[in-house]
Design a protein around this ligand. Sequence first.
Ligand code: HEM
Length: 117
Amino acid sequence: MAAEARRTSVTGFVAINTIQCRPDYCERFECLFCTRAHAIDSAPGFCHMYVLRPSAEGEPYLVVSHWESEDAFRAWVGSPAFHAGHSRAFADLQAAKERGEEPPMSSQFRTYSILTR
Ligand code: HEM
């Protein structure tokens, strides 16, 4: 395939959530993802996702999700599937708050369009 064609055949939208976990929460965090709800799998416009574990201890995890469009991503964030896919995570945050503890994780997401690959 010519370079030009390869460039134009890659389309989509990527949302990356960067999650910093408290050291004592990392095992639980990985366990949540290894048994995740998969509610996202039937979200319209969802392509695939990766959960990346940092090589260096103490660095954040990355949740990389690939979508057909930004609209598809925004629709998922506003849907019941988002809440179904996060119910245990949000319950852990709420429980820590009620106990007056530091949050076990904090997250920040950024969005990207795909330029090439
Ligand atoms: C307060 C913010 C967030 C936190 C603390 C958080 C943390 C987590 C955790 C721990 C899980 C494992 C599932 C479980 O709850 O059992 C999860 C699922 C997931 N998160 Fe987040 N997340 C947040 C927001 C986001 C955002 C904004 C995105 C997208 C950029 C995202 C992408 C995903 C995806 C794709 C899954 C898998 C859902 C499924 O299997 O249906 N998360 N998240």
